[in-house]
Write a protein that binds this ligand. Sequence first.
Ligand code: ADP
Ligand code: MG
Length: 730
Amino acid sequence: MSVRQEMLKSIESKKFVPVNKPKKVSSYFGINTFSIPTMRKHVSKKTFEAFEKWLEEGKQITLTQANEIADAMKNWAISRGATYYTHWFQPMTGLTAEKHDSFISFSGPGKVIEKFSGSKLIQGEPDASSFPSGGIRTTFEARGYTAWDPSSPAFIIESELGKTLCIPTIFVSYHGYALDKKLPLLRSIEALNQSAVKFLKFFGNKTVKKVCSTCGAEQEYFLIDKNFYKMRQDLILTGRTLVGAASPKDQQLEDQYFGSIKERVINFMYELGEEAYKLGIPVMTRHNEVAPHQYEFAPIFEESNIAADHNQLLMELMKKVALRHDMVCLLHEKPFAGVNGSGKHLNWSLADDKGNNLLNPGSTPEGNLQFLAVLASVLRAVYKYSDLLRSSVAHAGNEHRLGANEAPPAIISVFLGDQLTNILDRIEKGKKSEISRQDIVDLGVSGLPLVNKDTTDRNRTSPFAFTGSKFEFRAVGSSQNISTSIAFINTIVADSLDYVRERIADAAKSKDFNTAVLGVIADLIRDTKKIRFEGNNYSDDWKKEAAQRGLPNVPSTAEALKALVKGENIAVCEKYKVFTKEELRSRYKIWLESYIKILEIEAKTLNEMVNACIVPNAFDYQGLLAHNLDSIVALKDKAGLKVQEPALEDLKTHLSEVTEMIYYVRKNAQSMMKFLEETHSLPEEEKAKHFFTDLKPLMEHIRKHADLLECVISDEHWDLPKYREMLFVK
Ligand code: ADP
Ligand code: MG
């Protein structure tokens, strides 16, 4: 029996991990968060008011007040069993980082007390030298500072050995440069707030105080048995399978196993839901059936900073909870070639302080006019800065989705749906000087309210789709931190809201307000038309048409990242104080480097798998074939065994084929290693380019032959878990 077959037997006999019956969510939702209501209960009225002012107006609290909050937070955390605290931050690796400190300090010789001060709450100082900074932090200045983000509640993470209070923080260098993903997001939220408030006031809203962006990230993922994972070096080191023949289509097999898949996964989902609710993450479970063993978790939307923190937390919980069920959660964008990949649909909208959604058509003509102006602003933002959006999702894993015959394409376009398109067409065609109040009333009554109700009109292939009351950016990869995408969307929309407001103000000098608004909207509709596409984004025709329209189609990560250092993009990010030029440059460097490193790790892993597993398995099988052939020829010659010539030829052919495949796999693996050596000292941009054009095809070539071997080598001799097992066995 092969190692793999033994392992399969052990999986078959495994018992499910049962979970407790689900409790009423309202009885424990947010129990592990130091939420605003919890804080109110634990601090003085005065301090609480100062804290609220900080949130609303950015007026920082005093150190005494911070001490009081820190003390309250500590007491609350200790009462819930926490013994450590950590500043929880999001460095540019895309993961989260923690540095744990104990609550204890000495109050005298041998006397320990629990202590946690306001200054420690507000600022920490982890050594930043091992986090990527992309050249922002010089080596002699290793210091990096974490600073409390009061807008995201602190929370307690439970593990078997204890509980830790986690305090969401930003991470900056000594000179104040953002070394993380959170600070630019917070800055973009502020930029959008300022532009949107001005915009609403301009449209006559006298009472608006605040506008924030709202987000809900639909998280896709795969689950597989932990034993399969442990036997695949590629999954362990790279998160995806670098070899593996497609599973033969066998619906019956699928049906047979589906029952048991469900029970195990549903147990996982119950437990994940419970863990998420304790942390105040408002998830709604969903079962996705696109690919075998692929699922989706969608949250109720929240303010984007909190949504981003919650998405990071959710990904960590998913991995942790899966292990408790002896499964591994795969968050890679393409764990299995030829099977659907995983993304993260980023739903985005704007809401004012009364909870009004700015992307909801209004109930009055004026409301509709404002809605159309916001919509036109988003169109202009995506039209003008589509490459910036594309750069925010440029990542080695996501490269397997974007443009690689899969959803969504590497071409950024916007889908609006039939009804909205019709309305925009009418506005565009309308003679703007003659648009009357009656026209706007008509729009409001007969056209727009329908947009809300329309749920059938869906285009699942569009990378940036309007879905009723929000836009859905579908190009984000399943493993990615959503902060950068949100930060860019917020920034470019802030820029467009300002632009549209100024244009209208200008036009309104010579005509009445409503006519001026419609005129500007009509211009924008016309000017941004090429970014709109209602058809099938996966089709080859669209690629051709997009090329004719002059829309960029950038499947390469390294190429897409260049938008980060383009003059126009730097200018808009600097204007809105979201990223400085240096910060953008550092991200360009880090993400380019990370692309190269990921591909290098993949190539080396593939080489080792070929040499330490696939080829030895193939040699065993080749030996068996050679031995067989030898015996048959001997029996034929010595014992007169009757063998027809074609049958003997067939045996020989098979042995030759296997021999040839082994040769191809080995030869190409050698070329690949030689290629890595030859490109080793190339400048990064050039290296990344060669990796895309040469290394990836070389790896594909090796894979092709390895997969052919997998299909002929006997089950007895093949050690790597197969697709049909990983994807269909409970
Ligand atoms: P659909 O099935 O059309 O994608 P859902 O209502 O199920 O729509 O929502 C999908 C996701 O969009 C959910 O995560 C939800 O929280 C999020 N979402 C809904 N409304 C908004 C909004 N105004 N802003 C941001 N995200 C939203
Ligand atoms: Mg969706």
